[in-house]
Design a protein around this ligand. Structure first.
Ligand SMILES: NC(=O)c1ccc[n+]([C@@H]2O[C@H](COP(=O)([O-])OP(=O)(O)OC[C@H]3O[C@@H](n4cnc5c(N)ncnc54)[C@H](O)[C@@H]3O)[C@@H](O)[C@H]2O)c1
Length: 332
């Protein structure tokens, strides 16, 4: 039976993905996570004692540890990252370069030493920068506009180079903006929801026209699983968007959140535009559907309603995070 290593397993997307793998597949799952401010073991609490999950507390930049863990796995899903755009702009890019680029290189070198069936790099739609055409397909130029995005582009192309140079079984996945349960309240949708629940202003950068392609996290989990299950020949060396093909502006999201929470529009507060802002993101869904049959199943209305209900029911989770640190604001 396949053993899947998911790095960054205590984070938002990876914890939802692990829960999905344990529920929907027979795979054994190993998670390697350094438990940075973004990693929260609470995110895996309900599955931590699952017989098919092992959790290793460690850093993807630790080459010796990574070699040991990788040698016991068949599939690698590298999702560990410094993931917050605004943090990369305001607090320096050093951790972003070392975790996102060097960490990926250490994992790639580990699979050179101990071959695996496939290595899936979770890249990001942020590598594209602002859409030059819509929807953006995988051939869209890479114009990363923030240090975060640049490090993701570095890891993305580094992984590709290991496919070309060493013939390693690499697949590069570029999800668009995920949202859903267990997302750190520094990110825009949970920030709006938690601000609204506390009757605090929903702070919107610029005029809020910046739009994104919003992907419900469970749909992303199904997409990554589809990439694991696809015949290797169909996906190896490929770049695959994970998107919905629909974009919604940040201001419209604030309106929907207020509407669903039954709060007044006057809670919207416009603040200065963020440097390195991406104006528009909308992804082409064709290639992933053609190669794996995957399509996003959750409408934005349903996904947002489910997300809000999770944050309502799990107030201790997000209050604990907000009380433990000064939150960073973001529109991505
Ligand atoms: N959230 C999105 O909308 C989105 C969109 C596209 C791509 N992505 C990518 O998906 C992945 C997951 O994103 P997320 O939003 O769930 O991130 P997250 O910040 O919620 O989680 C990241 C996890 O990685 C861990 N981590 C950080 N540095 C590490 C290191 N050096 N070694 C081991 N673990 C480390 C953290 O502890 C945390 O658990 C990232 O690669 C991100 O770039 C995210």
């Amino acid at each position: 039976m396949k053993r899947v290593l998911v790095t960054g397993g205590a984070g938002f997307i990876p914890s939802n993905f692990i829960r999905h793998l344990l529920a929907k597949t027979p795979y054994d799952v190993v998670s390697l996570d350094a438990l940075t401010y973004a990693g929260n073991v609470e995110n895996l609490k309900d599955v931590m004692s699952h017989e098919r999950l092992s959790f290793v507390h460690g850093d993807i930049r630790d080459a010796e540890l990574v070699r040991d863990v990788v040698a016991q796995c068949d599939v690698i899903v590298n999702a560990a990252a410094e993931s917050h755009v605004e943090k990369s702009i305001e607090h320096g890019a050093s951790e972003f370069v070392t975790t996102n680029v060097e960490g990926t290189q250490i994992l790639l070198d580990a699979i050179r030493a101990a071959p695996v069936e496939r290595f899936i790099l979770i890249s990001s739609s942020e590598v594209y920068g602002t859409a030059e055409r819509a929807p953006m397909d995988e051939e869209h130029p890479l114009n990363p506009r923030s240090p975060y995005a640049a490090t993701k582009a570095g890891a993305d192309r580094l992984a590709y180079s290991y496919f070309v140079t060493y013939g390693l079984p690499i697949v590069i996945v570029r999800p668009f903006n995920n949202y859903g349960p267990r997302q750190h309240p520094e990110k825009v949708i949970p920030r709006f929801v938690t601000q609204g629940l506390r009757d605090e202003p929903l702070t919107i950068h610029g005029d809020g026209h910046a739009s994104r392609d919003w992907l419900y996290v469970d749909d992303d989990a199904e997409a990554i699983e589809a990439v694991i299950a696809a015949p290797l020949d169909a996906v190896v060396g490929e770049v695959l968007n994970v998107a919905t093909g629909i974009d919604i502006s940040v201001a419209a999201i604030a309106d929907s959140v207020l509407d669903l929470l039954g709060k007044p529009e006057s809670l919207k507060a416009f603040v200065t535009e963020r440097p390195g802002q991406v104006d528009r993101h909308i992804g082409s869904t064709d290639k992933l559907e053609r190669l794996t049959g995957w399509r996003a199943r959750t409408s934005f209305e349903d996904g947002l309603a489910r997300t809000i209900s999770w944050y309502r029911d799990n107030e201790a989770w997000w209050r604990g995070i907000l009380e433990s640190e000064t939150p960073r604001v973001s529109s991505s």
